[in-house]
Ligand binder design. Structure first.
Ligand code: ADP
Length: 187
């Protein structure tokens, strides 16, 4: 299965994608996690990405696309994958389409975790206190939600038109959301 997870910051994509990855035995590929690992290792990619991330902006498409293109060629991603945080722009959708086309594959599902903005802000403020992520401060957080609304929310329409999108309420407890996602990927 080739699955994309969508939803605003704080929707619980990372948590649910990790659980689903275990359940289905396919890798969880989080662009945010890959960027953060590169930032903490001080790689050239990390140095390039950090200022954008800290400002709540998207890393430029060229950088992100080539990183994902490389990751998807790894052996573990051949049987399937869960992409978490990619694609996030219209250009990334086109790039992902091209990557999959050249591999002779296609997406099976796009899962959108829907959440209320106030709930999301509460979750992220808590995550900031727990994990100290430098992009979880309130100003940056507000900017990340704006960027999502401007650049990523339009993708929902694209995947609805392709009949790939399944919307799952992200507001229940973790197990209830996982159960709903498992139903969504099995229909
Ligand atoms: P969240 O979903 O909470 O915003 P992520 O961990 O998915 O957090 O992403 C953190 C940051 O990494 C983003 O704000 C952005 O700067 C960068 N990033 C992650 N994925 C992408 C992407 N597909 N395109 C551009 N930037 C990205």
């Amino acid at each position: 299965m080739r699955i994309v997870f969508m939803g605003p910051p704080g929707a619980g994509k990372g948590t649910q994608a990790a659980l689903l990855s275990k359940e289905l035995g396919i890798p969880h590929i989080s662009t945010g996690d890959i960027f953060r690992a590169n930032v903490s290792e001080g790689t050239p990619l990390g140095k390039e990405a950090q200022a954008f991330m800290d400002a709540g902006e998207y890393v430029p498409d060229g950088v992100t696309n080539s990183m994902v293109r490389d990751r998807l060629t790894h052996d573990d991603a051949r049987p399937g994958f869960i992409l978490d945080g990619y694609p996030r722009t219209v250009e990334q959708v086109a790039e992902l389409d091209a990557m999959l086309r050249s591999a002779g594959t296609a997406l099976d599902r796009v899962i959108e975790l829907t959440v209320d903005v106030d709930v999301v802000v509460g979750r992220l403020v808590k995550r900031s206190a727990d994990q100290g992520r430098s992009d979880d401060t309130e100003d940056v957080l507000r900017r990340r939600l704006e960027v999502y609304a401007e650049q990523t929310a339009p993708l929902i329409e694209v995947y609805l038109d392709r009949e790939l999108l399944i919307q799952v309420d992200g507001l229940g407890d973790i197990a209830a959301v996982t159960a709903a996602i498992l139903i969504a990927v099995s229909v």
